[in-house]
Design a protein around this ligand. Structure first.
Ligand code: MG
Length: 108
């Protein structure tokens, strides 16, 4: 599946107030990111620092939830997910090639 198809399918399942759309999906991403991190935290607390198949499945589900909100932020801002993925890959690969992957600043 590509980003374009994912984003189109995500849009079909979107139900939130239009007047607050961008704020709604941004807050949703923050919430789902918290859920994701909480599942990872439980590897330490409950799983003796071992990644179990059950925890991996939970992480997959939360990654999907975060991806849905990322796709909807794209939708609400007129971006497309493929474009964002391509941009991010190019940016980070360029930093790797230039030896600037470590350090600070958005434009390295
Ligand atoms: Mg969730």
């Amino acid at each position: 599946m590509h980003g374009k198809e994912y984003q189109a399918n995500a849009k079909k399942t979107a139900h939130y107030p239009r007047e607050f759309a961008l704020y709604y999906v941004a807050m949703g991403l923050a919430g789902e990111t918290g859920e994701l991190i909480n599942k990872i935290k439980k590897i330490i607390r409950d799983d003796n620092n071992k990644l179990t198949d059950e925890r991996k499945e939970q992480i997959k589900q939360e990654l999907g939830d975060t991806m849905w909100y990322i796709a909807m932020i794209c939708e609400e801002t007129g971006l497309n997910l493929d474009e964002v993925m391509e941009y991010n890959n190019k940016k980070l690969l360029g930093r790797t090639e230039r030896g600037t992957i470590n350090g600070d600043g958005d434009n390295r």
